[in-house]
Design a protein around this ligand. Structure first.
Ligand SMILES: Nc1nc2c(c(=O)[nH]1)N[C@H]1C(S)=C(S)[C@@H](COP(=O)(O)O)O[C@H]1N2
Ligand SMILES: [Mo]
Length: 257
């Protein structure tokens, strides 16, 4: 294997460029300070990072180690701050991995929520079925890794209530989501069962507008914005890790607040 530190050999200075989001995510979380050098990464991980794929692997090792630490530190009883109704932003601020002009609204009549994995009852759900479940409202801060935030008012069935209703194995590790725009996402079970995690159907008491995930999105108060999939079409309970859209591009999976 090529060594970076052989006398006279110089690592390619652009080798880290493919991995900027991972590096930024590690920096943001205080795991890396003052910029990352290949030498530091090698010492941190014990990997020879002369190849771009090895850099990715090394960064993921640092990142996933931290997923476990973050999950262990997560306090299922700690509530995120809630805010008065006067501070709710109307309309909310839009974001997706594409511009707002490119959203393809979901047909609510034809829409079904599919349920899969470690659950007793796999029948699919209509909007009317969901509306019959008990609801909760939360006014919480949405924080996007891009560096903006807003306070939003969300209502819908607590994910815990829904998981209990479908007879999900609440000891499973993950709850994963599929969406109409191909934005897979997954969260840990402790977060799924947290009292401030909803399957939201309304914003500011009105039906969710199309850009914000109509007819169903996740809203959790304990994670960054990107962990809140919009336009959900399927929920799966299981023990197999499924990376989300941004996680496969280097962002940290746990991404708790
Ligand atoms: N299906 C889907 N969900 C998504 C995204 C996306 O591109 N597609 N973007 C995420 C990101 S990065 C953010 S910040 C929030 C934005 O939600 P908002 O438009 O309600 O503010 O949605 C998240 N959920
Ligand atoms: Mo985001």
């Amino acid at each position: 294997m090529r060594s970076l530190f052989r006398p006279g050999s110089r690592p390619d200075p652009h080798i880290l460029d493919d991995h900027r989001p991972e590096i930024r995510s590690l920096e943001r979380r205080g795991l890396l300070r003052g910029g990352l050098s290949l030498g530091a990464l090698t010492m941190l991980t014990g990997c020879d990072v002369g190849e771009s794929s090895a850099v990715g692997k090394a960064l993921r090792a640092v990142s996933s180690l931290n997923d476990g630490v973050q999950a262990a530190l997560f306090d299922p009883n700690r509530l995120a701050p809630e805010y008065p109704e006067s501070r709710v932003l109307k309309p909310p601020r839009f974001n997706a991995y594409y511009p707002i002009e490119e959203i393809r609204p979901v047909d609510g009549e034809a829409w079904r929520l599919e349920v899969a994995g470690l659950v007793e009852n796999k029948r699919s759900w209509t909007r009317q079925d969901l509306a019959a479940l008990p609801e909760k409202e939360i006014i919480i801060r949405h924080i996007c890794v891009e560096g903006w935030d807003y306070i939003g008012q969300w209502s819908g069935v607590p994910l815990r209530t829904f998981l209990e209703r479908i007879g999900a194995d609440l000891k499973a590790r993950y709850v994963s989501f599929k969406t109409a725009d191909d934005y897979p996402s997954s969260i840990d079970m402790a977060t799924a069962l947290h009292p401030q995690t909803l399957l939201a159907t309304r914003y500011a008491r009105e039906t969710l507008p199309d850009p914000f995930g109509y007819p169903l999105r996740l809203r959790t108060a304990t994670k960054l914005g990107f962990k809140n999939p919009k336009w959900i079409t399927a929920i799966e309970v299981g023990n197999v890790y499924q990376a989300g859209y941004w996680e496969s591009r280097g962002f940290n999976w746990f991404s708790g607040l």
